[in-house]
Design a protein around this ligand. Structure first.
Ligand SMILES: *Cc1c(COP(=O)(O)O)cnc(C)c1O
Length: 348
């Protein structure tokens, strides 16, 4: 077995069974029941003994229509985490992966397991990208893969479009495959398709796991130039996407209004929770452009245990660079958020 694999700990997640789950940034609303029924009808009509589309052609066409994108520039896989692995295979192995510190742990795990040189550039104190330091890191290494997460995870911060544009154009011009991970873009009300159109080495990574409320279905996709997408598509195994997934996603894409409504509700709830916690004497709820926020506490361990005792599970992030005392809290349903606000108010 390869040392790089043996040396890496398993993905750090322990499921905890409590009533209020705010630890995975999921959509608190289930996929609407009438859409589940429509997806089930599609499934019942399909011959299950046959292989699905080779490369999910029908679904890719539906994604392309929804996004206003060329079909040949769309790649769909079971979760965007699979695309992160494939992109590391495409541009990271034997080369360099550049990302921020802190960052989304899947980027660094895949880079380490697949044997890419990993370079992490610290975020500025206000959580913005350090553009000059990242440009210097690109200059100091052979090109490979650059991650720009917008809005950023786990900080929930959005950078200025000028900063993102400057960094992505710089990387693109020097041949770096640049991933703009837009897992939470709906909650920020802004996206970077225009920039991806201008930059042939850049792509947008998107998921059905958050705003679309389909984390259990496992699906994500990228938008890129047809040339770049064709290279990624080579790395996708044949028949990778089963038609159960395809039927559900086609149904979702036919009814995007349910997703848009749930995003409006999450944004309103986020602002309500942040306002309610803004006068807390010891904890600081940090601003957010996503469906989660960081809660900076004087004692992360104690705060985590207190919330758990109230039936609420969140994610500790206090060991990450610059996130001392921080818990990551997803926005839940209004009653769940009320319970969270009450439990945080008990903290001193
Ligand atoms: C949740 C999340 C994803 C989505 O991953 P899936 O495999 O599609 O569920 C991607 N990137 C970031 C930064 C995320 O937080």
């Amino acid at each position: 077995m390869r040392r790089a694999v043996r040396d890496i700990p398993a993905y750090p997640f322990t499921p905890i069974d409590v009533p209020i789950k705010l630890d995975q940034n999921e959509n608190p609303a289930d996929f609407p029941a009438e859409l589940k029924a429509r997806a089930a009808e599609k499934l019942l009509a399909l011959p299950w003994n046959r292989y699905p589309d080779l490369h999910a052609e029908t679904l890719r066409a539906a994604v392309a229509r929804y996004e206003g994108w060329a079909e040949a520039g769309v790649v769909v896989t079971p979760g965007s985490n699979v695309l992160i692995k494939l992109l590391t295979e495409l541009a990271g192995i034997g080369q360099t992966v550049v990302t921020s510190d802190p960052t989304f742990s899947v980027y660094t795990l895949e880079a380490q397991m697949l044997g890419a040189e990993l370079v992490q550039v610290p975020l500025c104190d206000d959580f913005s990208l350090d553009v000059p330091a990242t440009q210097a890191a690109l200059d100091a290494h052979t090109p490979g893969l650059l991650y720009v997460t917008q809005p950023h995870a786990p900080t929930a911060h959005s950078d200025s479009p000028q900063a993102v544009r400057a960094l992505v154009q710089y990387a693109d011009a020097r041949g770096w495959v640049t991933v703009i991970d837009e897992a939470y873009y709906q909650y920020a009300g802004r996206d970077y398709r225009d920039l991806v159109r201008e930059c042939p080495n850049a792509l947008s990574l998107r998921t059905f796991s958050k705003a679309w409320g389909l984390a259990g279905v496992r699906a994500g996709y990228l938008l890129a130039s047809p040339q770049l997408a064709a290279q990624v598509q080579k790395l996708v195994s044949a028949f990778n996407l089963n038609f159960l997934t395809q039927a559900v996603l086609e149904t979702a894409l036919e009814h995007p209004e349910y997703m848009e409504r749930s995003v409006r509700e999450a944004v309103a709830e986020r602002e309500r929770v942040l306002a309610a916690l803004s006068t807390h004497p010891t904890c600081q709820a940090l601003p957010s452009q996503t469906n989660f926020f960081l809660l900076r506490t004087p004692d992360a361990e104690g705060a985590y245990r207190h919330l758990l005792a109230r039936g609420i599970v969140v994610r500790r992030q206090d060991k990450l660079r610059g996130l001392q005392g921080c818990l990551r809290v997803a926005i839940g349903t209004p009653p769940e958020n009320d319970a969270l606000i009450a439990a945080v108010r008990e903290l001193r």
